[in-house]
Design a protein around this ligand. Structure first.
Ligand code: ATP
Ligand code: MG
Length: 207
């Protein structure tokens, strides 16, 4: 046991010092603006973390746009659950997992529809009375990876976000150009995944 853990007085002093340091750190952060967040990597949790943020924002009464670029072949739980939140506007533009689709032109058209919605939401969030506070672009990285949308066009828009809007982009293989302009980037690392052990994707867990 450390000296601090044994002595309540030493513990109190250490905590007081830590709090003063944390307060000073918080005071030094002066910028007030929305952020561009990227959830990427091969581990599980990229989309569910983004949906969690949508619910967090809705809980504050904020307006959320959620555009899903690649829809799974299953009826997803999030689609039904999100209907219960009047603050979240849900747009599904994908035609199914990209490896289920044989029609590249159809995929490109679907991605374009989703991106047009994203651009509309971003434009509506400029100025003193932003229409949205949070925009989730679920699996946009996949649409970029398969060439359904030009990376330069998308990154050009996301690099110039309205100050009151935060945007979350999810999906494996985030392009380097997007990572470069983002404020927060998290890479999910697959330490283990049940699928590898032969366990089937599960309702409520995986979709
Ligand atoms: P989730 O939607 O669970 O947050 P995700 O968005 O991180 O997952 P995607 O690449 O979008 O992951 O894949 C979606 C589906 O694939 C989900 O059913 C998820 O459980 C599953 N999945 C995610 N990572 C892996 C992996 N490393 N191996 C196998 N299946 C995975
Ligand atoms: Mg996902």
């Amino acid at each position: 046991m450390s000296e601090e853990a044994r002595d309540p007085e030493a513990h109190r002093a250490a905590m007081k010092k830590l709090k003063a340091e944390q307060d000073a750190k918080a005071r030094s952060k002066q910028h007030k603006r929305g952020v561009l967040i990227v959830n990427t990597g091969n581990g599980k949790g990229k989309s569910t973390a983004a949906f969690g943020m949508a619910i967090r924002a809705a809980g504050h009464g904020q307006k959320v746009g959620l555009v899903q670029f690649i829809k799974g072949k299953w009826k997803t739980g999030e689609q039904e659950a999100i209907k219960r939140f009047p603050e979240i506007e849900h747009i599904v533009s994908g035609e199914g997992f990209t490896w289920n689709s044989q029609d590249h032109e159809k995929d490109i058209a679907a991605a374009r529809r989703g991106w047009d919605e994203a651009v509309r939401i971003i434009a509506a969030s400029r100025g003193d009375t932003p229409a949205y506070n949070v925009l989730i672009l679920d699996e946009l990285n996949i649409a970029l990876r398969y060439g359904h949308l030009p990376v330069a066009e998308v990154v050009g828009v996301l690099a110039d976000l309205p100050t009151e809007l935060s945007v979350v982009v999810t999906g494996r293989d985030a392009p380097a150009e997007l990572i470069e302009v983002a404020h927060t980037v998290t890479e999910m690392v697959p330490v283990k995944h049940a699928f590898k052990a032969g366990i089937k994707a599960r309702k409520g867990v995986d979709f």
